[in-house]
Design a protein around this ligand. Structure first.
Ligand SMILES: Nc1ncnc2c1ncn2[C@@H]1O[C@H](COP(=O)(O)OP(=O)(O)OP(=O)(O)O)[C@@H](O)[C@H]1O
Ligand SMILES: [Mg+2]
Length: 367
């Protein structure tokens, strides 16, 4: 009797352990996928929200967990949610997909939402799973592609006449300067033309570099070793800022060293200028085994990003800086997507901004 009780006990605790392991596994997946997931139980209460859903919808899990979703949904979103849940109904396994445009804290977002009705083994209704992807990222990419094309054409149209303007002005100078040396206007004007042509040329250069970003030349390598020297350089150049480099054990990664260095340098430059010479920047390299990706995050305790700017931050030519090109983050975004990855920004706590570049350890073959 005692023996069989013990056996039962052992088998029970191993079953529990197995259950716990599985639920941890599922939790890890739900935390790490880039899709927002909300689970609603059969009584219409919110049973689970993952991190991405929190971020996309800007909600706090502890405020809404266990509450009826009808109470939690904001008034302006209520109609959308009601239509979707009515369409799915309580029909077993039924799934409805829609593109939904919402405004969250004044920011317009575009989501692809899929709602699935959950059923138990015996066919009874168990609740709903709502999964959604932020399409804004994909749309941002499209905008960047369009901008690249514009930049390419502008660069082309401007560059062509610049050299003849420069050469003709130099010729004028040579030919007429000796006979006009009593008139300062002549040399001033020709000098102005030459220096303006010079700045147009460097602008065109910037445009061209952005428009013609070559496809990444992937190499397998050590990302940490690639990034550490960059942080060292910034440490030497900005001594008022505490530069920290935190690394995890990460596998070798396939990436274009030149481009990834360029992307991270852009983020560090932005952090340094946001801090204005004083503060703390933490660069972290982490491995996400479940997703098969690595993440480089750059965290500063500067002023952070105003909510109104957030949408346009990655757009080319958006800058709040005097003399800024606004190409920095557009380039970061293009490099991340050329590596089949993403870049996102979020608020740092208690203050500042965090930029995260996430790329797969090994890119998928395209085509
Ligand atoms: N870490 C940060 N903290 C606060 N604001 C930031 C941060 N990084 C970027 N920004 C904001 O995003 C804007 C766009 O950045 P981006 O790198 O694209 O261009 P830029 O830095 O203005 O110009 P450039 O890169 O040519 O110097 C910045 O002007 C700034 O307002
Ligand atoms: Mg910048």
């Amino acid at each position: 009797m005692k023996k069989s009780l013990e056996d039962a006990n052992v088998s029970l605790s191993s079953t529990f352990e197995e259950l716990r392991r599985r639920s941890r596994f599922i939790e890890t997946i739900l935390t790490n996928i880039s899709t927002g997931v909300i689970v609603i139980d059969r009584a219409g209460r919110i049973a689970m929200i993952n991190k991405v859903a929190e971020l996309i919808l800007s909600i706090k899990t502890d405020k809404v967990l266990g509450k009826p979703y009808k109470e939690v949904v904001r008034e302006e979103h209520y109609e959308t949610v009601r239509t979707l849940s009515r369409e799915v109904g309580e029909t077993p396994g039924r799934k409805v997909e829609r593109q939904v445009d919402l405004s969250v804290r004044g920011k317009e977002i575009s989501l692809r939402v899929s709602v699935t009705s959950l059923t138990g083994d015996d066919g009874e209704y168990m609740g709903l799973v709502v999964a959604f992807d932020d399409l804004s990222q994909a749309m941002r990419l499209q905008r960047i592609m369009a901008w690249r094309e514009v930049a390419r054409r502008i660069a082309h149209e401007i560059r062509n006449p610049l050299t003849p303007i420069q050469l003709s002005t130099e010729r004028l100078q040579k030919k007429f300067a000796p006979s006009h040396d009593h008139d300062p206007a002549f040399s001033e004007c020709t000098q102005t033309i030459l220096s303006e042509v010079g700045s147009l040329k460097s602008l065109v250069e910037e445009f061209t570099r952005f428009a013609r970003m070559p496809a990444p030349a992937f190499k397998e390598g050590n990302l940490v070793e690639e990034l550490r020297p960059i942080v060292e350089t910034f440490r030497a150049a900005h001594s008022g800022i505490a530069w920290e480099f935190e690394e995890e054990e990460i596998p070798t990664v396939w990436f274009d060293p030149f481009q990834i260095r360029r992307a991270v340098t852009n983020l560090l430059e932005n952090a340094a200028s946001a801090l204005g010479g004083q503060g703390r920047v933490v660069v972290r390299v982490a491995h996400e085994p479940v997703l098969g990706s690595v993440r480089v995050s750059v965290q500063d305790d500067g002023p952070g990003i105003p909510a109104d700017d957030r949408d346009r931050l990655f757009e080319p030519y958006f800058s709040r800086k005097e003399g800024g090109t606004g190409l920095g983050l557009a380039i970061v975004s293009a490099i991340a997507s050329d590596h089949q990855g993403t870049v996102v920004v979020r608020d740092n706590t208690p203050r500042g901004a965090v930029f995260e570049i996430e790329i797969p350890v090994r890119p998928k073959r395209r085509g």
